[in-house]
Ligand binder design. Structure first.
Ligand code: ZN
Length: 496
């Protein structure tokens, strides 16, 4: 090993040590910290993040990148150097004074957003959002883009994806979904999710969730399950991956499907190739690919007929007596009810992507100057009516429902729907090789987990998202797999 390689490995270890510390105290901040400890803790995270970013943008790092680019080195170091350079340029592209202003602006606007949402008054947030949009336009300019300014932002979350591709796949998906929603609205089949809303004690929900997580292949010696208000999964290091969930004693769906979802994220983090540990590559490759792993387990496994055929008895063993009389078919339909609703995070798996497409179209228009912030509420409500057939009664259940824009995150939303399309495409490919439903019916998830580890998880950040998808499935992003999956599933449930 050359001396430059040794130094580079050492600096990566330092960076990942900061990552680990930040993730661990971040997990604590969102789970068990006493209320009074929060302020100092936020300061500590900010301080450690600065230290980490100083390392990433240091002269020492720059010199190592330049030197190693000319050396003949291992594939892991070569790719890590590419990643280090990407991050170096990302942080250096924005003048630090402007970055500090932006961070101050967004932390203030998050607080204003909470008040605006409570009062359902968009005018409170409007001046902040105007500044945030202007800042993001500048960031896009600093980062650079080929054809569309919005690409300068999207690239942060889904590297390599272009607006041309996104417009095309979202366009196809939108047409198909709007059509399906219309047909479902006209269906005579009664689906009643109300029958699920029975009291279900927290400890019993937890034991069922743990049993499912165990079957998925979650390694409890390298992770744990805890409680929080806004559930998430976090890889502190690949041998310490934590899932969090929230229990609603009157609606078990939140914890059960939430745990399966976060468990899917966790399997990704737990199964990254050990050769990548303590490098810049020991992480999910993009937000979209990460979400594909959670949605694969939550929807393609957890909401499938096969899953409930084999796990309904186990479920009833944990559930109170009041669930005993529910017939299987009613139950299966109830957990798959489609009903256009105002709130994205409560949406069913079919209408969910329409919520995302609305946000994508609007934020792209904002960044390209085709829509003014002041006109946002009207544009939002119009799209809700056009795509979902419902109109928000106020801004709280309209454009004030999500924190993302007030937190400065523009370009993030598309990744949720991308994850869904990736998941469907991977599911179709896996099904060519493994009889997935049969395995699920047997309660044997190991082949599914192994397939995902082999094709996705172990690679960490070694491949770009679209290269990863192409290598596994033999083609680029293709929305027809998701459209076919949803069409087949809901044609059966609603007898379309
Ligand atoms: Zn997720």
């Amino acid at each position: 090993m050359t001396s430059a390689e040794q130094k580079f490995i050492q600096i990566m270890k330092e960076i990942t040590a900061y990552d680990e510390a930040i993730s661990l105290i971040g997990w604590d901040l969102r789970t068990y910290i006493p209320k009074k400890g929060m302020d100092h803790r936020s300061d500590t995270i900010g301080l450690l993040s600065n230290k980490r970013n100083e390392l990433k943008t240091s002269e020492k790092m720059k010199a190592l990148i330049d030197q190693l680019k000319t050396e003949n080195t291992t594939p892991v170091i070569k790719k890590s150097v590419e990643e280090a350079e990407r991050e170096y340029e990302k942080f250096r592209s924005i003048p630090s004074q402007e970055l500090t202003e932006f961070i101050t602006l967004t932390s203030k606007s998050e607080t204003v957003w909470q008040e605006a949402r409570e009062k359902s008054d968009f005018s409170l947030l409007q001046p902040y959002l105007e500044k945030i949009v202007e800042f993001n336009k500048k960031i896009a300019e600093y980062r650079g883009y080929d054809n569309n300014k919005y690409e300068g932002l999207l690239d942060d979350y889904e590297p390599g994806l272009t607006i041309d591709v996104l417009d095309q796949v979202f366009g196809q998906l939108k047409t198909a979904l709007i059509d399906l929603v219309k047909k479902i609205n006209q269906s005579k089949v009664e689906v009643d999710s109300g029958l699920l809303l029975k009291h279900f004690p927290k400890d019993k929900q937890k034991s069922f969730s743990l049993a499912v997580l165990d079957k998925m292949g979650f390694d409890f010696d390298a992770g744990r399950l805890d409680e929080t208000i806004h559930p998430f999964a976090t890889g502190i290091n690949p041998y310490d991956v934590r899932v969090t969930t929230r229990y609603d004693e009157n609606d078990f769906r939140m914890a059960v499907f939430g745990t399966i979802h976060e468990g899917g994220h966790a399997l990704y983090e737990q199964n990254i190739d050990p050769d990548l540990h303590q490098t810049l590559l020991a992480d999910g490759v993009s937000m979209g690919i990460h979400e594909s792993q959670s949605l694969f387990w939550e929807n393609f496994v957890g909401r499938s007929r096969a899953f409930w055929e084999s796990h309904f008895d186990l479920f009833k063993d944990h559930a109170p007596k009041s669930f005993e009389a529910i017939e299987f078919d009613h139950f299966y339909r109830a957990i798959n009810e489609v009903k256009p609703s105002m709130i994205r995070i409560e949406a069913d798996e079919l209408t969910y992507s329409l919520h995302i497409i609305i946000r994508y179209e609007l934020e792209k228009e904002l960044i390209n100057g085709d829509l003014a912030v002041k006109d946002l509420p009207e544009a939002w409500n119009q799209k809700m009516e056009d795509y979902l057939g419902i109109k928000p009664a106020n801004d709280s259940e309209g454009l004030l429902q999500d924190i993302h824009w007030s937190a400065g995150d523009i370009g993030y939303f598309p990744t949720y729907a991308l994850g869904y399309m990736y998941a469907a495409q991977l599911h179709a490919k896996m099904n060519d090789e493994i009889d997935i439903d049969n395995m699920i019916r047997l309660g044997d998830f190991e082949p599914l987990k192994q397939w995902l580890t082999e094709n996705i998880h172990r690679h960490g950040k070694m491949k770009k998202p679209l290269d990863l998808i192409r290598d596994v499935t033999g083609e680029g992003l293709n929305p027809t797999y998701l459209i076919d999956y949803l069409t087949n599933k809901y044609t059966d449930i609603y007898q379309l």
